[in-house]
Design a binder for this molecule. Structure first.
Ligand code: ATP
Ligand code: MG
Length: 141
C-alpha cells in the first residue's frame, strides 16, 4: 500500500470544484518532491485554468496526474500534469487569448498568459463550437 495521493479526474462545475483541483494539484506536487515555489506555480496555474474552464467553458473536468520522465543522469524525474477539458464555445483566436490583458469577459486577461509562464509545458487545443483542452506540466528540478 502506498500513502502517495492518487491522481484522478475531477469535475469543474462550481467554485468549490476549483478549490478541489487546487488541493489535488498541491498534494501531488508535494508528493512528487516539488519545491514550495514550484508547487505554488503549478497550483496558481491550475487555479486560473480551472476558473476559465468554469467561467468560459461552462464547466468541464481536470485530470491531475503525477508523471515521470527518464533522465539519464539522475534517474526518473517526477512532475505533475493537469489536463483541463470543456465542451464549451472554444477560443476563436488563440494568439489573442494568450496575449496579456485580453479578455472577452471583463477579467484582467492575465490567466492564460500567466499560467503559461508558470509551467514548463503548455498546450492549448481548441476549436470554435467544440471546446477547449489545456494541458500543463511542471517538472521537479
Ligand atoms: N476554456 C475556455 N473556453 C472558452 N474561452 C476561453 C477559455 N479560457 C479562456 N478563454 C478566453 O480567453 C480569454 C483570456 O483568458 P484569461 O484567463 O487570460 O483572461 P480572463 O479569464 O478574461 O481574465 P483573468 O483570468 O485575468 O481574470 C478569456 O477572456 C476568454 O475569452
Ligand atoms: Mg481567466
Amino acid at each position: 500500500m502506498s500513502r502517495e495521493p492518487a491522481g484522478g479526474e475531477l469535475p469543474i462545475a462550481s467554485h468549490d470544484d476549483v478549490v478541489r483541483v487546487r488541493q489535488l494539484a498541491r498534494s501531488l506536487a508535494a508528493a512528487a518532491g516539488m519545491s514550495l515555489v514550484d508547487q505554488t506555480k503549478i497550483v496558481t496555474a491550475a487555479s486560473e485554468l480551472a476558473r476559465n474552464t468554469l467561467v468560459y467553458g461552462g464547466g468541464g473536468t481536470a485530470r491531475v496526474e503525477r508523471v515521470e520522465r527518464p533522465s539519464p543522469r539522475a534517474g526518473a524525474r517526477a512532475g505533475v500534469r493537469i489536463v483541463f477539458s470543456d465542451d464549451g464555445p472554444g477560443i476563436p483566436d488563440v494568439d489573442q487569448a494568450l496575449a496579456e490583458g485580453w479578455t472577452s469577459g471583463g477579467g484582467l486577461g492575465l490567466g492564460l498568459p500567466g499560467a503559461r509562464r508558470l509551467v514548463d509545458e503548455f498546450d492549448l487545443d481548441t476549436e470554435p463550437g467544440r471546446g477547449t483542452t489545456v494541458t500543463v506540466t511542471k517538472w521537479c528540478r
